[in-house]
Design a protein around this ligand. Structure first.
Ligand code: PRX
Length: 635
C-alpha cells in the first residue's frame, strides 16, 4: 500500500522515513495504485545531478489528460470539475462538469490539430483567467503539444521574448480581459508582440470582452466557430513519461527568463500526491486557489493536481478588491469553499481593510487555508488564522518553486502542528539540507543556511528550454551533487524549516519573482540612463518593493526628475510589465563597486531598507566615498 493519503502524524513520519530510505519503491507504489498508465515504466528513476539528468518512470506511456479527465467519467461525469467565477459578480458563475470538460478539451484539441499543431510543437497561451485557459492547457496536453503559459500581465516585449525563446507555432489568446473595473486589450498586446516573432503561424482568439480587434487573415481565427464545428472526440496522444508537458518562464538573477521544462509522468504523480495530502482533499470538497494559471501555482494546483484527484476546482477571473474588498469572502460563501489557497500579499492587503468586509460572509465551510509564494509574516498569519480560519482551519504555509513543480515543504493539515511563519516539514520524498557558504552541510537544529535538496523528486524541472548548460550552472553548480534553491532557510529546535528569503538577485514582490538584471536592462534602455541597480526593501503589503538607483547620462542631467521617474517606470512596463515597476527611484552620481567592477548590492539594499548603521566593510570598494552621498540622497 502506498499511503497515498496520510492520515496521522505517526503515519507521516513512517511514510517519510520509507520515502527517503527507498524513494524508488515509494514513488512506484504511489504511481502504480493511483494513476492510469498505457504502459508501466521500465525503471522508476535514473539520475545524476552532475550531468544533470533526471528521469522518472522511464519507459512508461500515458496521457495526463486521461488521468485528469477521462478516468473520472466513470464515477464523476456530472460533478463540477471547474467552477468558474467571473470578474463581474452580476455575471453567472459556470459549473463545468467532468463530462463537459472532456468535451471542451477534445474539441479544443481538434481545433489545434486542424491548425497543424502536433506532438512536440510549442503553443504559447496568453489569456485571462477564463475556463478556456484551463481547457487550452489540457488540449495541448491531449495532443502532446507543449504549452507555455505567459501571465497576461506581461508586456508585449516580454511576451515576444518568450514566444521567440520557445519558437512557438501558435498563440492562444482572447480579445480582451476583465480585471476589476478595467478592460484590457489582450489581443492588441499579442499583435504588438508578433511584430517581432517569426515562428507563429496561428493565433486562436476567444471572444471574452467583445472588444474590437484586428484579425490578420490567414493567421488569426476566432475560436468559437472552430469549436462549434470541431469533433467532440479526440484520442489522447500516448506520451512517454519524460516527454515535455510544458515550459514555464521564471525570472533569473541574470539575463533572459528561464523556460523551466516540466515533463509528464513525474509531474503528474507529484502534483496529484501533494494536492491530496497538503489540502487533505476529500471527495466532493470545493477547492479554490486564487493564483493565476500564468504561474506555476495555477498549473499545479488549479489545473493538474486537483483534476488528477477528481476534485472540484474554482477559477476566479477577477481581483480581490472588486467590486469591493469582500469579494474573496463572498466567493467562499457562494461556492461553500472547503480549501482556500492564496498569497501572503493578498492576505496583507485584505487585512488592512475594515473587518466588516470579512464578517459579512459565512466562512464556515472552510477546512484548510493555504499560503504560497513568499514568506508570510506573523501578523498576516494571525489575521488569516483568526478572521478567516476562525482559529480552527489549519494554515498550510507551502514552500516550493516554479522549478520544483510541486509543494516541497509544508504542514499536512490536522496532522503537522503549525507554527506561524514556518513551512515546517518536508513532504515525503523531499530531502532538504542546509549548506554554508563554503559548501559544507550544516547539521543539527537551530541553524540557518542555504537551502538545497539532495535527492530528486518526481516533479523537479528537467532542464531550461534550449539551454541545459544554464540549468546545470544555475541549480547544480553552487553545491555539487545537490539542487540549490536560491533560498535561505533556518531549521528550528524540532527540525521545522522557515524560509528566510532569496539569497540571490531575485526579488519577490507581491509573490512574483523578479530578477534584478532584466529590470536594470529595461531601465538602461531609457535614453537618459547610463546605469542602474535595483534592490528590494521591505514593504507592508507587497512583502518587498523595488528601489532603483539610477545614474543619468550627461544628456539627462537637466531633465525634470519627476518626469524621468515616470518615463523609467514606463520603460519597465513596456519591457516587462507593470508588476516590475519601481516604488522608489533615486538618482545618483555613482554606484558602490568592487575593484572588479561588480555592484555591491548588499550596501544598496541596506540603504534602501534604512539599515545604514551597519553597512559592513566598505573599505574594499573602488569608490567608498559614494556610499555617504547615496545615504544623503535616500528617498
Ligand atoms: O523564495 C521562495 C518563495 O518563492 C520562490 C519561488 O517563486 P516561484 O518560482 O515564482 O514560485 C512561487 C510559487 C510556488 C521561492 O524560491 N516562496 C515560495 N513559497 C514560499 C516562499 N518563501 C517563503 N515561504 C513560502 N511558503
Amino acid at each position: 500500500m502506498s499511503n497515498y493519503h496520510i492520515k496521522s502524524l505517526e503515519e507521516y513520519f513512517n511514510v517519510y522515513r520509507r520515502s527517503i530510505r527507498n524513494p524508488e519503491t515509494f514513488w512506484a507504489e504511489v504511481a502504480e495504485e493511483h494513476f492510469l498508465w498505457r504502459k508501466k515504466w521500465d525503471k522508476v528513476l535514473e539520475w545524476d545531478f552532475k550531468e544533470p539528468k533526471i528521469e522518472w518512470f522511464k519507459g512508461a506511456k500515458l496521457n495526463i489528460t486521461e488521468n485528469c479527465i477521462d478516468r473520472h467519467l466513470v464515477t464523476k461525469a456530472d460533478q463540477p470539475a471547474i467552477l468558474f467565477e467571473p470578474n463581474n459578480p452580476d455575471e453567472d458563475s459556470i459549473a463545468i462538469s467532468y463530462r463537459q470538460l472532456h468535451e471542451r478539451v477534445c474539441k479544443m484539441a481538434n481545433v489545434l490539430k486542424s491548425k497543424g499543431i502536433q506532438k512536440g510543437d510549442r503553443v504559447v497561451i496568453y489569456m485571462p483567467m477564463i475556463p478556456e485557459l484551463a481547457v487550452s492547457l489540457l488540449a495541448c496536453a491531449r495532443i502532446g503539444a507543449v504549452h507555455s503559459v505567459v501571465f497576461a500581465g506581461f508586456s508585449s516585449s516580454a511576451l515576444a521574448a518568450r514566444i521567440n525563446d520557445c519558437e512557438a507555432k501558435a498563440v492562444m489568446t482572447s480579445d480582451g480581459s476583465f480585471r476589476g473595473a478595467k478592460t484590457i486589450a489582450i489581443k492588441a498586446i499579442v499583435d504588438e508582440a508578433l511584430k517581432n516573432c517569426t515562428t507563429v503561424e496561428t493565433v486562436l482568439v476567444v471572444n471574452r470582452t467583445g472588444e474590437d480587434v484586428q484579425m490578420q487573415v490567414g493567421r488569426d481565427h476566432w475560436l468559437e466557430p472552430l469549436l462549434d464545428e470541431a469533433d467532440s472526440h479526440c484520442d489522447a496522444e500516448i506520451m512517454d513519461a519524460e516527454d515535455p508537458l510544458f515550459i514555464l518562464y521564471t525570472s533569473g538573477s541574470t539575463g533572459k527568463p528561464k523556460g523551466m521544462l516540466h515533463t509528464t509522468a513525474g509531474y503528474m504523480v507529484y502534483t496529484a500526491y501533494t494536492f491530496k495530502n497538503v489540502f487533505q482533499y476529500q471527495d466532493e470538497d470545493v477547492y479554490w486557489c486564487t493564483a493565476d494559471i500564468g504561474w506555476i501555482t495555477g498549473h499545479s494546483y488549479i489545473v493538474y493536481g486537483p483534476l488528477a484527484n477528481g476534485a472540484t476546482t474554482v477559477m476566479f477571473e477577477g481581483v480581490p478588491s472588486y467590486p469591493d474588498f469582500s469579494r474573496f469572502w463572498e466567493i467562499i460563501e457562494k461556492h461553500k469553499v472547503n480549501q482556500f489557497y492564496t498569497a501572503p500579499t493578498a492576505i496583507r492587503a485584505l487585512a488592512k481593510e475594515n473587518l466588516d468586509y470579512v464578517t459579512g460572509s459565512d466562512l464556515s465551510s472552510l477546512k484548510v487555508l493555504g499560503t504560497v509564494g513568499e514568506p508570510i509574516n506573523e501578523e498576516a498569519w494571525h489575521w488569516y488564522n483568526d478572521h478567516i480560519g476562525d482559529k480552527k482551519s489549519p494554515i498550510v504555509d507551502t514552500w516550493w518553486q516554479t522549478e520544483t513543480g510541486g509543494i516541497m515543504i509544508s504542514p499536512i493539515p490536522f496532522i503537522t502542528p503549525t507554527k506561524p511563519t514556518y513551512a515546517t516539514l518536508p513532504l515525503p520524498g523531499i530531502q532538504p539540507v542546509l549548506m554554508d557558504e563554503n559548501g559544507n552541510e550544516i547539521f543539527g537544529n537551530q541553524v540557518d543556511g542555504r537551502l538545497c535538496i539532495q535527492f530528486p523528486w518526481p516533479s523537479i524541472a528537467r532542464s531550461i528550454w534550449g539551454n541545459h548548460q544554464r540549468y546545470a550552472e544555475t541549480y547544480f553548480s553552487a553545491f555539487p551533487g545537490m539542487y540549490f534553491t536560491g533560498d535561505g532557510a533556518l531549521r528550528d529546535e524540532v527540525g521545522y524549516y522557515r524560509i528566510t528569503g532569496r539569497v540571490d538577485d531575485v526579488i519577490i514582490v507581491s509573490g512574483h519573482n523578479l530578477g534584478t538584471a532584466p529590470i536594470e536592462d529595461a531601465i538602461n534602455e531609457h535614453n537618459a540612463v547610463a546605469e542602474s541597480a535595483i534592490v528590494g526593501y521591505p514593504h507592508d503589503i507587497k512583502g518587498n518593493a523595488l528601489y532603483g538607483y539610477v545614474i543619468l547620462k550627461e544628456t539627462g542631467e537637466n531633465r525634470d526628475r519627476d518626469n524621468l521617474k515616470k518615463e523609467i517606470n514606463q520603460v519597465i512596463t513596456e519591457h516587462i510589465g507593470p508588476i516590475a515597476k519601481l516604488d522608489k527611484i533615486q538618482f545618483t552620481a555613482g554606484l558602490p563597486k568592487t575593484r572588479s567592477g561588480k555592484i555591491m548590492r548588499r550596501i544598496l539594499r541596506k540603504i534602501a531598507s534604512n539599515e545604514t548603521e551597519n553597512l559592513g566593510d566598505i573599505s574594499t570598494l573602488l569608490n567608498p566615498e559614494i556610499v555617504d552621498e547615496i545615504i544623503k540622497g535616500k528617498i
